[in-house]
Design a binder for this molecule. Structure first.
Ligand SMILES: *Cc1c(COP(=O)(O)O)cnc(C)c1O
Length: 384
């Protein structure tokens, strides 16, 4: 089991996010080494966790950032990222966000529609700037074979259909203040099989041929993020298999020497280093169930309520050899505020602490103040 400094935890008000910085650094070092080995570029998806200390640590490893809002661009700048390390994606960029991105001299906008292209060109013209853009292509990968792919299907809000690319390129090439230099894809999240990525490579190759025919000079080939993590066994697989992941693209994509391969991993970088530490308030004996009522709720870790996700639960202050089966639930006034049903845990009682594992990605980032609950603190292993 992972090590948790429970003696020190006793002085900290629960719930709180705990980040194992040694694991984050090990993960980042792995990614940085492999990026060099494979000659690819990595932009961390800030939305997975925009915590300042995490962003600052990511920056130390020479990794860039992928932002999806003006707020994330500001967070990246606050963490010391320079414009050329920042990519900006998202279907609904406001004028103010586009202006901020241009002022920051970001590397590239990922453009998702024709009206957005026209707006970026108009704003860039007004500001007398050149906007570097990549077109986000909807790869239209079949959902029926891969249910976990949620963003790459046709007729969703993300990206441009392959059939409409030619027109997009024609328009972009006619505009004075945009420089079309990239293609961008993102097929979804928490993908743990190779196959969807192999299928993506096929689509990317087809699109690159199409782009060349249409007269676009593509230097950035951005294949997005989506590499999954092992939620069931975070200690067995603390660092995702980035080597295997990068290699799929190296083996299945033939790029020209002047074309850069870009990745945008979020979850796979920060997921395993974070845990939500919570205290058991009450153990309530139901008719046929035992409820462990904890002081963390769905507002602190939304994934179980939002996606029926399961986070492994470690009992970090009870090592009782006896175990029991619990429903682990939060205090928020919603039935969906439930972290686990029928979870087998060491016997726990009021005051025991639990670690909800693999909470580094889309945990703190999605926290809300629902029920007027305060936002949990962030605690770092190297700051204790
Ligand atoms: C969310 C997102 C990512 C990161 O996804 P992960 O599954 O966390 O790796 C990357 N690119 C885009 C465009 C995204 O929307």
């Amino acid at each position: 089991m992972a090590y948790f400094p429970t003696d020190k935890f006793k002085e900290i008000a629960t719930p709180f996010y705990y980040y194992d910085m040694a694991l984050l650094r090990q993960t980042l070092q792995t990614v940085a080494d492999l990026a060099e080995k494979f000659g690819c570029y990595v932009h961390y998806a800030v939305k997975a966790n925009p915590n300042l200390k995490i962003l600052t640590t990511v920056r130390e490893y020479g990794i860039g950032v992928d932002c999806v809002s003006g707020g994330e661009i500001r967070a990246a700048v606050d963490a010391g990222f320079t414009g050329e390390r920042i990519m900006f994606a998202g279907v609904g960029k406001t004028d103010a966000e586009i202006e901020l991105a241009l002022e920051t001299n970001i590397r590239c906008f990922n453009v998702e529609s024709l009206p957005e292209l026209e707006n970026i060109n108009a704003i860039a013209a007004r500001m007398n700037r050149m906007a570097h853009i990549a077109v986000r292509v909807n790869p239209n990968i079949d959902a029926h074979t891969h249910q976990y792919i949620t963003t790459g299907l046709s007729e969703n809000k993300f990206g441009i259909e392959v059939g409409e690319l030619e027109e997009f390129v024609k328009k972009a090439l006619s505009m004075k203040n945009v420089d079309l230099c990239g293609v961008h894809f993102h097929i979804g999240s928490q993908i743990r099989d190779d196959e969807p990525f192999v299928m993506l490579c096929k689509k990317v190759s087809e699109v690159l041929v199409l782009m060349e025919k249409a007269g676009a000079l593509i230097s950035i080939v951005d294949v997005g993020g989506g590499l999954g993590i092992d939620y069931d066994n975070p200690d067995g697989n603390p660092v995702p298999d980035f080597e295997r992941y990068f290699k799929i693209f190296k083996d299945n994509l033939r790029l020209k020497p002047d074309q850069q391969l870009h990745f945008e991993p979020g979850r796979s970088i920060v997921g395993q280093c974070g845990s939500l530490i919570t205290r058991v308030l009450y153990v309530k004996e139901g008719v046929s169930k035992k409820f462990a009522i904890v002081d963390a709720g769905m507002n602190d870790l939304l994934r179980p309520a939002l996606y029926h996700a399961h986070h492994k639960i470690d009992t970090i202050t009870s090592d009782s050899a006896v175990d029991d089966v619990y429903d682990v639930v939060g205090p928020v006034c919603e039935s969906s505020d439930c972290f686990a049903n029928d979870e087998r845990l060491s016997l726990i009682s009021r005051g025991d602490m639990l670690a909800l594992r693999s909470a580094g990605a889309y945990g703190e980032a999605m926290a809300s103040r629902y029920n007027c609950r305060p936002l949990p603190a962030s605690v770092f292993s190297d700051g204790l």
